[in-house]
Design a protein around this ligand. Sequence first.
Ligand code: NAP
Length: 349
Amino acid sequence: MSHRILITGASGYLGGSLLARWGSVALPPYDRLYALVRTDEQAQAVKRYSAEPLRFEVNDDAAVREAIVNNKITIVYYLVDALSAKPQASFIKALAEVKETSGIDVHFLHTTGAKIFSSHAGAPTDRPLYDTEEDLYDIQKAQRPPVPLMQEAIDANNAVIERGEALGVRTYIFAPCIVYGKGEGFGNPISIQTVAIIKAGLGARRVYSLDAGRPTWPVCHVIDNSTLYLELLRAILAGKNPGSGKHGYYLASSGSVAWADLYAAIARSLAKRGLVDDPTVEQASDEGLAQMAAALGYPKELVHWALGGECTFTAKHGEQIGWKPQYPPHHILEAADDEVELVLSSLGH
Ligand SMILES: NC(=O)c1ccc[n+]([C@@H]2O[C@H](COP(=O)([O-])OP(=O)(O)OC[C@H]3O[C@@H](n4cnc5c(N)ncnc54)[C@H](OP(=O)(O)O)[C@@H]3O)[C@@H](O)[C@H]2O)c1
């Protein structure tokens, strides 16, 4: 029996882009590709990529078991929610059952985020934090996040690894960062953090910074993000045993940029369109912060979490399995005007 793969989040920015790239790479043979959907339109759309639609509720343990076990699925790519760990536990349990009856190795990939390895989550930021570090699991276990909602996301990463180890399921913690570029899928074409900077800038009619100094954050073009998902899959299908469990962290990033440079590029682009009153970036006043919060629909305390902070998480693991990003980190600055155009048109601005 060869592998049967399920991808989730296919109508989303990352999952849709992944599915759209599927046919562009030569993967080792596998049996079937399934995609989790929630509507008839999504079911039709995934068929265009030769994926068989499956419809079930991820929060229903019995429904997850039925879908995975009945379809003999052996690889699950989870791209739905970085925060909670409940559905992931159901998938891992069901995969273990498939392994027991089929004897084939089973794999679960959890999509987390670089934020869970940042200052907001209490990760070290005084040095590069490599995704290949021997004790990254212990580092995550010891993190005490200054932003309380990050605890659940840290726990989700740890729980995935622990459950996988306990049940003999190989797990991977895949970390996207600031992803940019037009989504290639049939659903959501825009990302998260660039969108937040633009929305906050529109709301305050000025791009403000909330950090002192020049903290940095890893960045990645959406195509490179998709190709890392696929390179990992290629290694799994080829039986190469890519690092998993406590050694299965993969940051999708070609390098980092300073938020200040990203803000400046976006501010220039918004100013060119007359959408902010000043093309320069300045430190947010309390009033500016309140305007940003209103534009984002967040409490003021979460604005910095959404579009600032320090993350020294650094990618090495992808290159070790043969992944080569096409876009250098500074490309996000050169592409900022296109990103603004894309986000404005997607938001109907
Ligand atoms: N984009 C980034 O820059 C970035 C960076 C770091 C981490 N991440 C994380 O990566 C994950 C995917 O991000 P994204 O940008 O692709 O998000 P997105 O565009 O909002 O897509 C989310 C996907 O998950 C699906 N989904 C949500 N709840 C579901 C449920 N209960 N059952 C089944 N499907 C459900 C959505 O389906 P519907 O279309 O039916 O709603 C959609 O396909 C998220 O956890 C995000 O936090 C993203």
